[in-house]
Ligand binder design. Structure first.
Ligand code: ZN
Length: 337
């Protein structure tokens, strides 16, 4: 599914919704498993791909859960975390991504091998610094708190992100919106906001417009992850516009997880035409076997957006990016004028 058609590849890109844990190369999973004696269903890339990638629309969540178990188990040390981050930045550079925000859930990613969060962050920062220098990118970092890890984990993650505010720009509340009510997370997320961190919330992915409405009122987020079901209620669309909230949309991911029935009915263009600030992202590029080039192909060839529309989405992403002005200004002037 990777797409390196120059029509899309040559466009300087932004990506502001990408999970590091869903972006581990299959070869890296195998290398790490060999080094750390981890059990895998296969040690051949083409065979293992069948276990770590979602190629078709999901009939059950089980396939994706198995993939994420393997990904989680692969994060065995701060050095491995640094390698994964560096390889993701390399893969971004190949697609001409110039402004990139990476997100990860420290509690989810690091608890399996009981890793030191600070040491892992240091590894990520080394990869970030190198990529910004060698690949000419501006990179931001978002700490995720996973709903499934519970309220205590949310408090711990927010406090950690606040402590590292020099390097982490925002927090994100992710994971099954249907399964876990938002009440437990409102207080810590508000605390992050009060401390000066930006806030993005996964909402309206497989939940109705009313969930987006509630999310906006409870968390006052700067951005929303997905938010696609807001299209079902014009009141919610108006609220998003009124609050100047940017949506981080991931079309292929939405199709694979059954959040839209067919890719043709994805509401990206409809939201754009209604004046909502939408951006185009890949979500979990390795697990979902996609990349931003492929998302552009979908936007252009399937959903009927023009290349100028897509460039406008890049401008929205630049404006809504959590990366400091000091760091992003040169990149914006060089690539997104
Ligand atoms: Zn996501």
């Amino acid at each position: 599914m990777k797409n390196f058609d120059p029509k899309y590849n040559d466009i300087p890109k932004t990506e502001i919704h990408c999970h590091l844990e869903g972006a581990i190369r299959t070869q890296t999973i195998i290398d790490v498993a060999r080094e750390y004696n981890l059990k895998l269903p296969s040690y051949e890339v083409s065979e293992l791909d069948k276990h770590v990638k979602v190629y078709d629309q999901l009939q059950s969540l089980q396939a994706v859960l198995e993939a994420f178990d393997i990904f989680q188990d692969s994060i065995t040390s701060p050095a491995v975390f640094e390698r994964i981050a560096w390889e993701l930045f390399e893969d971004c550079a190949k697609q001409n991504i110039k402004l990139f925000e990476v997100r990860f859930s420290p509690d989810w990613a690091f608890h399996g091998h009981n890793l030191d969060w600070d040491a892992c962050l240091e590894g990520l920062l080394r990869a970030q610094e190198r990529a910004e220098r060698e690949l000419d990118m501006a990179i931001g970092i978002i700490a995720i708190t996973s709903r499934g890890m519970g309220a205590e984990s949310c408090v711990k993650t927010v406090d950690w992100a606040i402590r590292h505010q020099k390097h982490i720009q925002a927090v994100d509340l992710a994971d099954g919106e249907l399964l876990y009510p938002m009440d437990d997370f409102v207080k810590p997320i508000r605390k992050a906001k009060d401390a000066g961190l930006k806030v993005t919330i996964h909402s309206g992915e497989d939940t109705p417009a009313s969930a987006v409405w509630d999310t906006i009122h409870a968390f006052q987020p700067d951005r929303i992850g997905h938010g696609i079901h807001s299209i079902e209620d014009m009141k919610v669309v108006e609220l998003i516009k009124e609050r100047n909230i940017t949506l981080e949309v991931n079309p292929w991911s939405n199709y694979l997880t059954n959040s839209v029935k067919t890719i043709e009915e994805h509401p990206l263009k409809k939201l754009f035409d209604l004046g909502v600030k939408v951006t185009i992202n890949s979500d979990d590029p390795e697990v979902l076997e996609t990349n931003v080039n492929n998302e552009y192909r979908i936007a252009y060839e399937v959903l009927g957006m023009s290349l100028d529309d897509i460039k406008t989405c890049n401008r929205f992403a630049c404006e809504a990016s959590f990366i400091s002005a000091e760091k992003k200004t040169r990149i914006l002037e060089t690539y997104f004028q």
